[in-house]
Ligand binder design. Structure first.
Ligand SMILES: Cc1cc2nc3c(=O)[nH]c(=O)nc-3n(C[C@H](O)[C@H](O)[C@H](O)COP(=O)(O)OP(=O)(O)OC[C@H]3O[C@@H](n4cnc5c(N)ncnc54)[C@H](O)[C@@H]3O)c2cc1C
Length: 364
């Protein structure tokens, strides 16, 4: 039983699905060797390129983009993480770049470029003083060796700037800095921008643009889509293994997995709602942000529930080296650690339950 035979997505009309079955099957098979470092993740990125998933910045039909991220996340979360970074970067360039910059980036993508957004600062944050080269580095930078051009945040605070930079200089990259238990396939790590000359930097937008809403926090629905996709992928493989072991008929197993699956469906629906809100003219910027936060945090909770349920359902075999559910759960648990969850929850609460009037999102 494979993800491609799963019925989890069957309730959706087929035209909503952008990832052909043969692509998601290939991505899922590739994930095994990619985690071991036996196959470069760039080959999975090529599959996404061939499926025309690298040319859309997610604004044409956000719900379709959400569903594509769910499907890729279910099959191969590492590739999904890189796809999300590429879509995010493309969106920022489309929104804040000049027309010639947009055209250049489109041309580069059709020539094989792949984008990322590198915001997390290393020990020395990336800064630039007037007329001087860049200084500092990034950490947790995904896709070293695969991302050809990164949108890099320079300086911090309200005047943060976005710089589009060629990041193919392997001497500046250190993938060994990613010593996490999961998401090994993403080849993440540090990248040093020290002494990089101004001529290598293409400034995108104005200072502070990166933080503008509803595109900054309001964009975390894409992360939610990957989280809930990877969650359903994990449940799907676990259920298949339990069937193969003749253990799926036990009421306790059915109850445990069904309880999480119902929450996963709710998480998918909330994520689609958050994606949809970004293109609705009658939804305020703050409501887009709140819905996006809700999707990101709810899908985090469902992902944690799924990992726990799968551990209890599969048992010790889940922790064997080479276990498929073990690898998927490792990747998901690492990916669920996204920035500032508590601050996001507070922000959503202030608007959704703390503002004057009735609670948001229920009564219109
Ligand atoms: C697989 C993967 C790939 C990634 N790729 C990239 C990439 O390509 N580019 C990039 O820029 N980043 C990347 N990141 C990093 C990402 O942007 C975040 O920096 C990272 O995920 C933050 O996770 P965290 O759990 O450490 O968050 P934190 O924000 O440190 O949160 C950890 C906990 O601390 C709490 N907390 C946070 N701040 C405070 C505070 N001031 N006081 C008290 N409590 C606080 C939070 O609420 C939470 O409970 C990646 C992350 C992952 C997992």
């Amino acid at each position: 039983m494979t993800v491609s035979q799963s019925r989890f997505f069957a309730h959706q009309p087929p035209e909503r699905d952008r990832v052909p079955r043969k692509v998601s099957d290939a991505l899922r098979i590739a994930a095994v060797d990619e985690e071991r470092g036996d196959r470069p993740i760039a080959r999975s990125i090529n599959l996404l390129r061939e499926a025309s998933l690298l040319t859309d910045d997610g604004t044409t039909d956000p719900v379709r983009t959400a569903r594509a991220l769910m499907q890729v996340g279910a099959a191969n979360l590492g590739a999904g993480r890189l796809l999300e970074g590429h879509i995010n970067a493309l969106h920022l360039i489309q929104r804040y770049g000049t027309e010639p910059q947009r055209q250049t980036v489109d041309r580069r993508i059709s020539d094989g470029a792949f984008l990322g957004v590198w915001g997390a600062d290393g020990n020395v944050p990336v800064t630039r003083d007037a007329d001087k080269p860049l200084n500092g580095g990034k950490c947790f930078a995904s896709g070293l060796g695969t991302v050809s051009h990164a949108l890099v945040t320079v300086n911090s605070g309200p005047d943060v700037r976005l710089a589009l930079i060629d990041v193919t200089d392997a001497r500046r990259a250190d993938p060994s800095a990613w010593n996490m238990l999961g998401m090994q396939a993403t080849v993440s790590g540090t990248y040093d921008f020290t002494d990089m000359a101004e001529e290598n930097v293409d400034w995108i937008g104005a200072p502070g643009d990166y933080l503008r809403e509803p595109y900054f926090v309001g964009g975390v629905w894409r992360i939610a889509a990957l989280q809930i996709g990877a969650t359903t992928g994990l449940l799907d493989v676990a259920a298949a293994q339990l069937r193969a072991m003749d253990r799926m008929q036990a009421e306790a197993q059915q109850t445990r997995l069904m309880t999480v699956l119902m929450r996963a469906w709710a998480g998918m629906a909330l994520t689609e709602r958050a994606a949809q809100a970004t293109s609705a003219e009658d939804v305020s910027s703050e409501d887009i942000v709140v819905t996006s936060i809700a999707a990101r945090l709810f899908t985090e909770e469902v992902g944690l529930d799924a990992i726990r349920a799968v551990e209890q359902s599969i048992g010790l075999r889940h922790f064997e080296a080479g276990s498929e559910t073990g690898r998927m759960a490792r990747d998901l648990s690492v990916y669920l650690r996204q920035a500032a969850r508590d601050a996001f929850l507070q922000r959503a609460a202030q608007t959704a339950v703390g503002a004057n009037g009735r609670i948001r999102g229920v009564f219109g």
